[in-house]
Design a protein around this ligand. Structure first.
Ligand SMILES: Cc1cc2nc3c(=O)[nH]c(=O)nc-3n(C[C@H](O)[C@H](O)[C@H](O)COP(=O)(O)OP(=O)(O)OC[C@H]3O[C@@H](n4cnc5c(N)ncnc54)[C@H](O)[C@@H]3O)c2cc1C
Length: 386
């Protein structure tokens, strides 16, 4: 029985219009033929790989196309995120901070862990400290469960660390090796699964969330995810493109499907949703726990990221500086890449090229030498003639 030739269409990612018309016609004829056969009406079209050549549009990497350079401080906690209740005076403070290099990714997930503590007590009025990805997801989830919420924050988007994020969905750079325990792994898995599903349920254009293939360019024949990604292998299903079947030369391409979240769209959309649901945002800096203890709301969710270091005296918190070089938007680029320490995430506000990880570095000033390295690394990666 003829099968619709769906993967040939998928593989020829940018065919000429005439070619595309032929392929669509072929697929439609195949599909209608399958449905017309007796007993075949319920059969699902199964993709078949017939043409294994991966055709991709080439990223243009030139200094003349750079539109900005930015740096931000990942709120890193060597033991991983802290989601934990604490009594301060007559307040229940629920901490939710320390997400390192994946605070956008895990925001909804650790919000759900925090919510459990909030629901375990009778009060339904809450203050959320912080208006980054973690604070906003926490505030929205509380609202969805009947809480009346006020966000208090020193900075608003676009001035939060969350605005600097790439932001590719994946739990990376979260904790140090010695803290990788089965218990933390189970909490991470729960948070990752919840967050992944929540992001999938947010309407794409409005929230600035897009699915796309992410290609790991590698010498290894098999994809070997890190410990953190390895906690939820079902979220990172892989297929591999052998050398010679793609434009990246003699290396393997391990492909996963990923979500790219655009903070410049996502964070304002979250603020709108929060306000529409009756939330209020107050711009205010807290200088000590006594100011937190004086708030009117009986429950406080601490989502201050790196700010928790000073405010709640968590001196394990430290910055990991990350720098991005942003190229002018190239709308035809509809895939992401990671090659060693270099990554490329295409967004509507520019092509994000990374990256750097400088542990303990507090400066948010982009380093021109690092920008040049990022640019050169990507120039070589996309020099497909070489
Ligand atoms: C270059 C780079 C690339 C990254 N890429 C990714 C990625 O691809 N995917 C991903 O998931 N993550 C990525 N991250 C990490 C991500 O940006 C962070 O993990 C995330 O932004 C943390 O969110 P947050 O809400 O905890 O912190 P923040 O966004 O920093 O928000 C903290 C909030 O608390 C407020 N606050 C702090 N102190 C006080 C105080 N004393 N009083 C009142 N308010 C206070 C701040 O004003 C702010 O509103 C990247 C980070 C960098 C720097």
């Amino acid at each position: 029985m003829p099968e619709p030739d769906l993967v040939t269409i998928d593989r020829l990612r940018h065919p000429a219009p005439s070619q595309m018309r032929r392929l669509l016609l072929k697929a439609a004829l195949g599909a209608s033929a399958a449905l017309a056969l007796p007993g075949c009406a319920t059969r699902v079209a199964r993709p078949i790989v017939r043409d294994s050549r991966l055709v991709l549009p080439r990223l243009q990497v030139e200094e003349a196309l750079v539109v900005r350079e930015v740096a931000g401080l990942r709120p890193f906690r060597p033991a991983g995120f802290r989601v934990e209740p604490e009594r301060i005076g007559d307040k229940l403070v629920i901490h939710n901070y320390g997400h390192g290099g994946c605070g956008v990714t895990l925001s909804w997930g650790t919000a759900e862990l925090a919510l459990e503590h909030a629901l375990a007590q009778p009060e339904r009025r809450a203050a959320v400290l912080g208006c980054g990805a973690v604070g906003l997801a926490t505030a929205r989830l509380l609202q969805d469960h009947g809480f009346d919420v006020v966000i208090y924050t020193r900075e608003l988007p676009p001035d939060t660390v969350s605005n600097i994020a790439g932001a590719q969905w994946g739990p990376s750079s979260l904790l140090d090796r010695e803290y990788r325990t089965p218990e933390f792994g189970a909490r991470l898995a729960r948070a990752a699964r919840f967050a992944n599903r929540r992001f999938q349920l947010l309407p794409g254009e409005h929230y600035g969330i897009r699915w796309m293939p992410l290609y790991f360019v590698s010498q290894k024949t098999e994809f070997t995810p890190g410990w953190d990604w390895g906690q939820t292998p079902e979220l990172f299903r892989t297929r591999t493109h052998a050398p010679g079947t793609h434009p990246f030369g003699g290396r393997y391409l391990h492909e996963i499907q990923t979500m790219i979240i655009e903070p410049t769209i996502y964070l304002p959309a979250m603020m709108d949703a929060f306000r529409i649901a009756g939330g209020r945002i107050v711009v205010r800096e807290f200088r000590g726990v006594e100011e937190v203890a004086a708030l009117a709301e009986p429950v406080v969710l601490n989502c201050t990221g790196l700010g928790a270091r000073d405010l709640f005296k968590d001196d394990t918190m430290l910055p990991i500086k990350g720098q991005l070089t942003v190229l002018v938007p190239q709308p035809e680029i509809d895939y992401a890449t990671i090659a060693g320490r270099f990554y490329m995430f295409p967004r509507r506000d520019g092509i994000q090229l990374g990256g750097t990880h400088e542990r303990g570095e507090w400066s948010t000033v982009p380093d021109p030498a690092k920008s040049a390295e990022i640019l050169e690394g990507h120039r070589r990666l996309f020099d497909w003639k070489a």
